[in-house]
Write a protein that binds this ligand. Structure first.
Ligand code: MN
Length: 134
């Protein structure tokens, strides 16, 4: 089976490094963007299987980027999982409202991260449904 490709959108270098390290353990192909604008370009060119989207980014924020992805017929079926700060539970609702298919809270729990990622890869995303997939 082909390796699944995951796009990490995260401006914080340490978080990005942690996610990258964990995804390498899971044997995924990895794309990285430090801002939403680059992420949208990469998503259009590479059509990743999953996008892990930080909310707070320089320039366009992750929720706006997610809304654009979900409005784009070419991209809307790619699951988008928000990386939300635990300290801000309202972010989770905002993330779902913006069209994210789920969220993973930060700080990232390294033991469960790969299981969560694979569950989001496995679930069928139907356009316009905003259900969490567990
Ligand atoms: Mn950030």
């Amino acid at each position: 089976m082909d390796k699944k490709c995951i796009l990490i959108v995260e401006d914080n270098e340490l978080n990005r490094k942690l996610v990258r390290t964990l995804l390498h353990l899971g044997d995924y192909d990895i794309l990285e963007a430090e801002d939403a604008e680059t992420a949208l370009q990469l998503a259009r060119h590479e059509k990743p299987d999953l996008i892990l989207m930080d909310i707070q980014l320089p320039g366009m924020d992750g929720l706006t980027a997610t809304a654009q992805i979900k409005e784009d017929p070419e991209l809307r079926n790619i699951p988008v999982v928000a990386l939300t700060a635990c300290a801000m539970p309202e972010d989770e609702k905002k993330a779902i409202d913006a069209g994210c298919n789920g969220y993973i809270s930060k700080p990232i729990e390294t033991r469960t991260f790969l299981d969560k990622v694979s569950s989001f890869l496995d679930c069928d995303i139907v356009s316009n449904t905003l259900e969490r997939c567990n």
